[in-house]
Design a protein around this ligand. Structure first.
Ligand SMILES: [Zn+2]
Ligand SMILES: [Zn+2]
Length: 169
């Protein structure tokens, strides 16, 4: 929970204030991407009072740890995501606004979590041309560790694969 007291803004449309937050956020994990829980997310947010509630906008920055979907190497990559979200005291059912509680506070953690999770790649690559691991020997093909040749299933090798298979029997 990253609570911000906005009582000074509620009910005064047109007023605004900037706030800087530098806090770790829990639950930023996908299978191949994560923001470690000890790594803070830096937010520079503009809080604007509007008739409907509080509008929160600005950049979220930090660093995520990714695992390459092809070679499994882990690497860090900075992220910079923009948010622009409304916090309302009376939310419409099914609306995508965040809550502004009766005490005049907003919890920006769910907003930060949603925005950062959405920006995470499902299939991160250590580099665009990563050659991945060999399906047969597990060697890192970027390092030239593998001498197996083209992956199985390559039409050029299918005939050979069949021959070898017959030999096994
Ligand atoms: Zn890779
Ligand atoms: Zn190999």
């Amino acid at each position: 929970m990253i609570e911000i007291d906005v009582r000074d803004l509620v009910g005064h449309p047109g007023t605004s204030r900037e706030v800087r937050v530098d806090e770790p956020v829990e639950g930023l994990n996908l299978e191949l991407a994560a923001v470690p829980e000890d790594a803070p997310v830096e937010a520079e947010l503009l809080l604007e009072s509007v008739v409907e509630g509080i509008l929160v906008s600005g950049p979220l920055r930090g660093s995520m740890r990714l695992s390459c979907a092809r070679c499994l190497k882990t690497f860090e990559r900075p992220f910079d995501v923009s948010v622009h979200e409304l916090f309302m005291s009376e939310r419409a059912d099914g609306g995508d606004e965040y809550p502004l509680d009766d005490e005049g506070a907003i919890d920006i953690e769910p907003m930060v979590r949603d925005a950062v999770l959405l920006s995470m790649p499902f299939s991160p690559l250590c580099r665009p041309d990563c050659r991945g691991l060999c399906e047969r020997c597990g060697g890192d093909r970027n390092l030239g560790e593998c001498t197996c040749g083209p992956a199985p299933g390559d039409p050029r090798w299918e005939a050979l694969g069949r021959i070898r298979f017959d030999d096994d029997k």
